[in-house]
Design a protein around this ligand. Sequence first.
Ligand code: ADP
Length: 764
Amino acid sequence: MSDHYVKVKVQLEQMKSSGEVVEKEEADIIEDEVPVASPPASVSPIPASGTPVAQRETSKTSVTCRNRSKSRSKLGKDEKNTCAKQESDPALQGTIVASNANSGKPMNRIDNDRQMLQIKGTGKILQGKTEANGNTVPIQPPKDIKVSPHNKEDANKVAKRRKPVTVDTLKAKTSLEALKLSIRQLKWKEFPMGRRSACDIYWHGVSFHDNDNIISGQVNKFPGMIEMLRKINLTRAVRTMQELFPEEYNFYPRSWILPEEYQLFSAQISLAKDSDASLKPTFIIKPDGGSQGDGIYLIRDPSDLRVIAGSHTKQSVVQEYIHKPLLIDKLKFDIRLYVLVKSLEPLEIYIAKEGLSRFCTEPYQEPSQKNLSHVFMHLTNYSLNVQSGNFVHSDSLSSGSKRTFSSVLYRLASKGVDIKKVWSDIISLVIKTVIALVPELKVYYQADIPSGKPGPTCFQILGFDILLMKNLKPVLLEVNANPSMRIEHEQEVSPGVFEYVTSPVDEEVKVGVIRDTLRLMDPAQKKSPTSYPEHQQEEMLGSPVRGPGEEGRVLPSMCLKQVFPKYTKQFSYLRTVERITALFLRFLGVKGNMRLGPTGFRTFIRNCKLSNSHFSMATVDILYIDITRRWAGMLPDSREAGMGLQAFVEAFFYLAQRRFKSLPLREQVVSLLEVCEAQLDNQGKGDLGGALPEDSTSSTRRSVSCSRTQPGRSHHPHHTSTSTPGQALSAPQLCSPATPRRASSQDYRLHQRLRPTHKGNVEN
Ligand code: ADP
């Protein structure tokens, strides 16, 4: 057992005996309100048995009733068939959501009159009272919120004047029910059959392209999000960030892409095992486009893969298996959190305060050859576990196989866990993951919606799946581009007869997320997203519902909480790849293109003055051909020829390494960026379409050119540049430099990872 595990064990022992907060490993970087919910009044805050006694009548709102065969149909299949990466999450039965004084409440819930919960580790007291409409609102607003009567009056007047916002729901698919409820609550206008004239908002069930030819308004999907969140692409995006910021991105388990990296995977594992005979890692294989646990299996050694998959290993990701997850009631569980990416430029991210926790149905044991195939022990997917005889459909929020996340936090808090730190780590994981995705999303965005041409803007709700390790560190499992927003589920009411029943937990969590997303996307709010302090935004968004005769009805407080740009200071230095992307976009040329041609690459080298007698244009061409060809082999499906963003980033890293040999990679890259940006700035070419990430001083949308970047700017606080503009690169090696670079950085990380005394990606 490593020192680290001993430390964690000791911490847990301390927690058990004294109820003290777990010792912190890192300083908190985020001070955020923790979305903890107290259980219903009749539930003991710390149940002796671990299972609350209060039960509540299941809501059985029959939506449709039909006779059908007994065989289980997978809900959400329609979506799954039409896109590569889908998640279907049929609802649980009859669980109710935590009554959280600080979170949004649906309008039809009756709650306890008053709740008060003292949380160990936060010292916070959450209080709530019930309004006539059943909404729980904080008794005292947070101290920074000042409710101005004038603003409310103004909002009322504006509400009378405004036309209702229009929403096209024709393509909403399985999110339709939750969407309808949200639109009704907001008193907006739904167009279920579409509309000849433009709508303000288009709600798509699958992808940006569900409805083509939209030239205005807002669409609830980003182009390219499905592609980016396939397991391989997510892994690549995070891996690039791990190369630059290994410590910051150690929340993603070490992964290899199959089949192309099988040899590497195999070699690295045997190397690690040779250097430490006690090492007994487990790996999880996930098919690239899979969902709901389909096709997933565990192995103990790379050679097992050959036995199971033969020589035709499908495109998949093999990942180190987190073998010490945090358990509750001896069961493994994961967390589903809803995250809204409101805009890419400027980057705006919101997190839902309430999420779901999905439990396994067989007590957890660390992986062994005997239990590797026990899916109910190792996989937390609802769609799998619901098929187990042990699945508990509970009416309580804090028991059963699917619970609210806030009830889990409450449970942890009651045991002395520092849930404030857990929540802060989760926020940090979410922001970093989105930052890793943004560069490629910007390329898709510009290809589909070129700046300067009419087109809609986009936003998207993502489903983050997170595992808490035994040491309470959150680990990213995957991100769903289309998290299920279904609120009804099938229930067999008599043999062979199924009803669609609305699930209270799903209704509460998902309707809240959709309704508040719509509120944030209200065209009337659009002008003001970040220009107002957060408390004012809350106030504005809590403005009376508009619509005929409905003035003055106040919506629940927002369940979505802004985390970016709120925490820009802590995270903006991570946006280095976005700066490289700005260069890429600038030289991409033809609108609608996603690949850089050889001429574009040459122009980039020339304009940034990166060539000279030691680094001729002929060697530039070799570099281009070499890297582009190798990436074409790795992306066999790609239809377009040329250099994609990932290949360009690799070329950029290579150029940076050649030029600034003595520095760490991160500083090499930032130094080269400064050289390029300074050169382009000097040329004063103006805006050619590339968009640098906005920094704290700039919030211009979709048209910030690289030339506006300050030369010498470094996002990283510790960065010191040694570059001099115009300094030449030395000649590249003839074979591609990038493979050895990646391989060596992987070797290094593996070594770090698999030695138990070292800190790795994830301390397993
Ligand atoms: P899918 O899209 O098929 O649901 P996931 O990546 O979410 O694929 O994995 C399915 C389940 O497997 C997760 O919900 C989790 O319980 C488990 N799992 C996935 N990756 C890991 C890992 N690296 N370590 C431990 N458990 C994992």
